[in-house]
Design a protein around this ligand. Structure first.
Ligand code: P6P
Length: 359
């Protein structure tokens, strides 16, 4: 009987895992890459799979509810916050090319011992954003950014200095949405790509190649409960969208979980806003491990992100946990927002940054 040779995957040639994709991207854009970056990324994907397994069974395991502690922001830590953080710290800790990490769940940055010479990367992350939504089965997520270790940085230096880098320094950024399916979206500066976790093989498989934000969407996304405390220019802009100023009356979609609200905005277009409020005059979202990653991905997909005055990626961080207002969306919505917040088009900084980012 003739032996039939079936090459692995030939029955389903579309299977491209995130590891394969990273290696392909590295070979395409940095031919001399050593695979060190994909080794790092495999630490993040493993940690998110560990977290996903718990999130999926949250109602069945003793992981619902509060862990009893509070984080740096005096927010009650959920048990899954702590688990997700420990998974990332462990998985990144065994990757010798990671020198320093910083997490929403830990006040200080962590410098791993004995990494002089091998440590090349800094990873900052929000291990489980929106975790208070878990108990009511609403999507939550993990957000991360990867930076180079600054040249000349040594173990004698303050690890915070390794972490406090502008968003433009990011080598890569991504997020995972633990939603109706689990999807990881990432960029290394060469477009944005999405990978859906296939539980039957335990791998993230390419499902959304080269994601582009629609030029114009149909939704705005903000917590209108704070309407009265939004700065007037934000209220004027939202009224403009609501009343058809951009050729259509925008609907409102707001989940209250950044990764889910941003993921919808990335795929469907529109604009997400967390403006300054009386409760959070500097904005609620964190620059380093939320806004920067979202901004990098948005710009790579043809959109833009600002804090209302500056391009998010240009903000010089002064603190690991500093907060920022965030407005992120597609080209049309962001150009219109720019006209509201910086009407004097002669003002070069914002205009230049916007035009630079949107070219
Ligand atoms: P509010 C979740 O707690 C979070 O940090 C983000 O994921 C989300 O976008 C925001 O806060 C929601 O905040 O004030 O609307 O509940």
């Amino acid at each position: 009987m003739k032996t039939r040779h079936v090459a692995l995957g030939s029955h389903d040639p579309t299977i491209v895992t995130i590891q394969q994709h990273i290696l392909q991207e590295q070979r395409k854009h940095s031919p001399h890459a050593t695979g060190s970056f994909s080794w790092l990324l495999s630490g993040i994907t493993l940690a998110t799979k560990m977290t996903e397994a718990r999130v999926r069974r949250a109602g069945l395991l003793d992981v619902i509810g509060e862990a009893g502690g509070v984080n740096i922001h005096a927010e009650k830590q959920q048990k899954l916050d702590v688990y997700a953080d420990e998974a990332l710290v462990h998985c990144l800790g065994v990757r010798e090319n990671v020198a320093v990490i910083a997490s929403e769940e830990n006040e200080e940055a962590i410098m791993f011992d004995g990494r002089n010479g091998t440590g090349k990367y800094v990873v900052v992350f929000d291990p489980l954003d929106g975790s208070s939504n878990i108990d009511v089965n609403v999507s939550v997520g993990t957000i991360f950014s990867i930076f180079p270790l600054p040249p000349g940085f040594s173990t004698e230096d303050d690890e915070a200095m390794a972490v406090l880098q502008r968003g433009t320094q990011q080598l890569a950024a991504g997020y995972v949405v633990y939603g109706s399916s689990t999807i990881m979206v990432y960029t290394t500066g060469h477009g944005v790509h999405g990978f859906t976790l296939d539980p039957s093989i335990g791998a993230y498989v390419l499902s959304h190649e080269d994601i582009r934000m629609p030029e114009q969407g149909a939704y705005y996304s903000s917590n209108d409960a704070y309407w009265e405390t939004f700065p007037e220019v934000y209220r004027d802009y939202l009224t403009f969208l609501r009343t058809g100023g951009m050729g259509r009356r925008y609907g409102l979609r707001y989940i209250g979980s950044l990764v889910a609200d941003f993921h919808r905005t990335l795929l469907r277009g529109g604009v997400f806003l967390y403006p300054p409020t009386d409760k959070d005059p500097q904005g609620k979202l964190r620059l380093l491990y939320e806004a920067n990653a979202v901004a990098f991905i948005a710009e790579q997909a043809g959109g833009f992100a600002t804090d209302g005055r500056r391009r998010i990626l240009e903000i010089e961080p002064t603190g690991i946990h500093q907060r920022t207002p965030l407005v992120v969306g597609g080209r049309s919505e962001m150009e219109q927002f720019q006209r509201f917040v910086q009407p004097d088009v002669t003002r070069l900084d914002g205009q230049e940054e916007l035009s630079h980012a949107l070219t």
